[in-house]
Design a protein around this ligand. Structure first.
Ligand SMILES: [Cu+2]
Length: 358
């Protein structure tokens, strides 16, 4: 049970529980114009749902571009792990960081002919150094000889990140909410919304080590990249000197790719019936841009943009037994209760790696 109070003066809001399966509770999913009306300024709403999965996730406003201004947080649901560790260091959210408010930039992005605006910096666990001086790196402190769990989350607006920890390979134990057979890697790439829980072994010399963060420049940018400062955070052993690490590490990926599917083996297998795979449908992902002077950019699913009407949640229309949805509700009907498999495919002229964040 979560009570959310909207204390903002002029904005609606609501909270989406990223990755939580809302089986028989879809009215708790927190998506304005789809599952609910926004929470008005000064109002409170209660969300109630069953946590049937466990692991690491985050919650965020689903109201326009509001989460880009920081209306988000992390969540841990306790459960068993597929590898042993001594201590849980908790969440390590990583985000891009813009010095201009999200609503201003959203407007710019929707009329830009040169792609979305570039973030100015990153934040690791809410902090980072500034290229203009000041700020500080996030620090994780460990004791030599112990194993630690770290829960890495990409809460970005528009960035894919790769991460690595100098001298300490990751044993990956979950992908999003799926416990997996542990595999070892020196580097992980996270698209927006993705989470990986890893175990590290603090078996190196008592020192400070860089936790490196790299921007996926194949699908984005960040103006801090020209500053020459090290992006990331610091892993510090008890007894190490103060000051920044001098460690060296792997060459960081710039590609916006997923982990190899051959590495992501669920601990508990879950098989999609082959009869369904044979009938897979396709959703076409693209975007359009209107002529100058508006240059309005729209993302399209099967050629149609989704433009939500906050006053008429599609769930309410469905409950009323009506199919009179607002225009641009972008409804794709599943007529019978069954398994459905949809491939989301980009056939636009510019085929950006684009995470579908839902
Ligand atoms: Cu989300």
């Amino acid at each position: 049970v979560v009570n959310v109070k909207n204390s903002m003066k002029d904005n609606g809001t609501d909270i989406h529980w990223h990755g939580i399966r809302q089986l028989n509770s879809c009215q708790q999913d927190g998506v304005p114009g789809v599952t609910e009306c926004p929470i008005a300024p000064g109002k409170t709403r209660q969300y109630r749902f069953r946590a049937t999965q466990f692991g690491t996730t985050w919650y965020h406003s689903h109201w326009s571009s509001q989460y880009g201004d920081g209306v988000l947080g992390t969540m841990i649901i306790d459960g068993p792990a597929t590898a042993n560790y001594d201590e849980d260091l908790g969440v390590l959210p990583i985000t891009d960081y813009y010095y201009t408010p999200a609503f201003t930039l959203n407007e710019v992005a929707q009329h830009s002919t040169r792609g979305p605006p570039s973030p100015n910096n990153i934040l690791v666990n809410g902090t980072h150094v500034s290229p203009n001086g000041g700020g500080m790196y996030a620090k994780m402190t460990v004791a030599k000889g112990k194993k630690y769990r770290i829960r890495i989350i990409n809460t970005s607006v528009d960035s894919t990140f790769s991460v690595a920890l100098d001298g300490h390979p990751f044993t990956v134990i979950t992908a999003d909410f799926v416990p997996i057979k542990p595999y070892i890697t020196s580097q992980l790439t996270l698209a927006i919304g993705q989470r990986y829980d890893v175990v590290i072994n603090a078996n190196q010399t008592v020192e400070n080590y860089w936790f490196r963060v790299a921007v996926g420049t194949d699908c984005g940018s960040n103006t801090i990249l020209t500053s020459g400062i090290q992006l990331g955070a610091i892993l510090s052993y008890n007894g190490a000197s103060s000051g920044n690490p001098t460690s060296t590490g792997v060459t960081m990926r710039t590609a916006c790719v997923d982990e190899k599917t051959s590495d992501l083996i669920p601990w508990v297998p879950n098989t999609v019936p082959s009869s369904v795979v044979g009938q897979a449908g396709k959703l076409d992902l693209g975007f359009s841009q209107a002529a100058a002077p508006s240059n309005l950019v729209r993302w399209l699913i099967d050629g149609t943009p989704m433009i939500v009407d906050w006053n008429n949640p599609t769930l309410e229309t469905t409950l009323a037994g009506s199919s009179n949805f607002y225009s641009n509700a972008n409804i794709h009907e599943m007529s019978t209760s069954n398994w459905y498999l949809r491939w989301i495919q980009s056939t636009a002229a510019v085929r950006l790696p684009h995470p579908i964040h839902h």
